[in-house]
Ligand binder design. Structure first.
Ligand SMILES: Cc1cc2nc3c(=O)[nH]c(=O)nc-3n(C[C@H](O)[C@H](O)[C@H](O)COP(=O)(O)OP(=O)(O)OC[C@H]3O[C@@H](n4cnc5c(N)ncnc54)[C@H](O)[C@@H]3O)c2cc1C
Length: 372
């Protein structure tokens, strides 16, 4: 059957949009590349996170907040449909502070963010060391820990199960998925888009480009210039431990299975997913400063992934002006924004256009007038 819409890219972003479109009774086909591609969806940390996000871009603060408000209902629905437990918990989240200066800086940064929108009451609080100790009775904190910021809306989930559930739910709603289906070229033909794959051509009246770092080359062919760069993030994982950390922290979270995830670094070596001893040492040092007992546990894994970064770090959502019906969706917080992508964004794409409140996310914000 000819699809109403083809989504290119089966990572967390593309899969969430495709699932949402299928729920809107669209005939959806999801095309995904292969294991040689850079795949952020299989490398991420699993935070569903608000605190600290959106400085300089109030619309991103709102978007993140809206997505998190949808997350519980989204989880209940997709778990009921697929029987896959996303392990979503929303008990709040922490950002540990080291030294008095670190504590004051965190308060100051969050206050700036808060004032940006002039809301009535902050949805975060600064916890001093004794309040933190009461919250984490099983953690012996390092001597330099002065406290933490506590974000009420923060949480975490299992990102690999999320990806599997999105694929499964898409199929249950009548959508199709093709793996190892790399789109090599897009040709606009009349009101349709012809997608050229290896030895095959597919046609649809609408397409969504959500191919992560593979997106710029595709988007250009439908008149969308999307500037992206890869940002490497490295993560460490420990052996399974008895539960001791009841809520996630930025850079430290205990999974339902008991492993502790530590991360993630940020650097820019280009398209390079190698892991380094330097990153492992830096992450370990920082973690041991917060929880000294973790110096004794075994590390069982280290990996690196590439974040999908725009020049200002905020998402791109746009429809092509020259080729209406072609959309692009890119971001570096695809887990946090999954509920928004599946519910709100997919609904707008199904209706044929993006609403005005998403205009701050158009890629034209990066258009720089050429110097004469
Ligand atoms: C270290 C790290 C930690 C992170 N932590 C978090 C976190 O805690 N919380 C959070 O919300 N987010 C986090 N993220 C970000 C999150 O992982 C991504 O936003 C998310 O995976 C969505 O990515 P995506 O679907 O856009 O791209 P990807 O997952 O990279 O998927 C893109 C897909 O497109 C396919 N593709 C590429 N080119 C083509 C083509 N030509 N034709 C067909 N298919 C193609 C690829 O095969 C791939 O499967 C983290 C990322 C990293 C790297």
């Amino acid at each position: 059957m000819r699809p109403d819409i083809i989504v290119i890219g089966g990572g967390t972003v593309g899969a969430a949009i495709a699932y949402g479109l299928a729920k809107q009774r669209q005939q959806v086909l999801l095309l995904d590349g292969d294991d040689g591609d850079f795949r952020a969806a299989r490398a991420n940390f699993g935070l569903v996170w608000l605190q600290g996000k959106g400085l300089g871009m109030p619309a991103y603060q709102v978007l993140t907040r809206d997505s998190i408000a949808l997350w519980r209902g989204f989880t209940n629905e997709i778990e009921a449909e697929t029987k896959i437990d996303l392990a979503y918990e929303q008990n709040g989240g922490l950002a540990f502070c080291l030294g008095e200066e670190g504590f004051e800086k965190r308060r100051h940064d969050l206050m700036r963010l808060h004032n940006q929108r002039g809301e009535r009451a902050p949805d975060w609080a600064m916890l001093d060391r004794s309040a933190l100790e009461r919250l984490l009775p099983k953690v012996a904190l390092g001597p330099n820990v002065t406290g933490a910021s506590f974000g009420r809306h923060d949480g975490h989930a299992n990102p690999l199960r999320l990806l599997a559930a999105l694929h499964e739910a898409l199929l249950r709603h009548g959508g199709g998925i093709r793996h190892r289906a790399r789109v090599e070229r897009i040709e606009p033909v009349g009101r349709d888009f012809r997608l050229i794959l290896d030895g095959e051509t597919l046609v649809a009246p609408r397409i969504v480009i959500a191919a992560g770092l593979g997106s710029p080359a595709l988007a250009r062919q439908v008149g969308l210039v999307v500037p992206l760069r890869p940002e490497r993030g490295q993560v460490l994982v420990t052996e399974r431990l008895e539960p001791f950390l009841p809520l996630p922290a930025s850079g430290l979270r205990q999974t339902g299975e008991g492993t502790v995830m530590i991360g993630a670094t940020k650097d820019n070596p280009g398209f390079d997913v190698s892991t380094t001893a330097e990153a492992a040492a830096g992450l370990s040092r920082k973690t041991i400063e917060i929880v000294p007992a973790l110096a004794q546990v075994r590390l069982v894994r280290q990996w690196a992934g590439l974040r999908i970064m725009t020049p200002d770090g905020h998402p791109i959502y746009a429809q092509s002006q020259s080729h209406p019906g072609a959309f692009v969706a890119l971001c570096h917080s695809g887990v946090t924004l999954a509920a928004f992508h599946a519910e709100t964004l997919a609904g707008a794409i199904a209706a044929g256009g993006l609403p005005e409140n998403l205009s701050p996310f158009h890629q034209r914000r990066f258009d720089v007038p050429q110097a004469a």
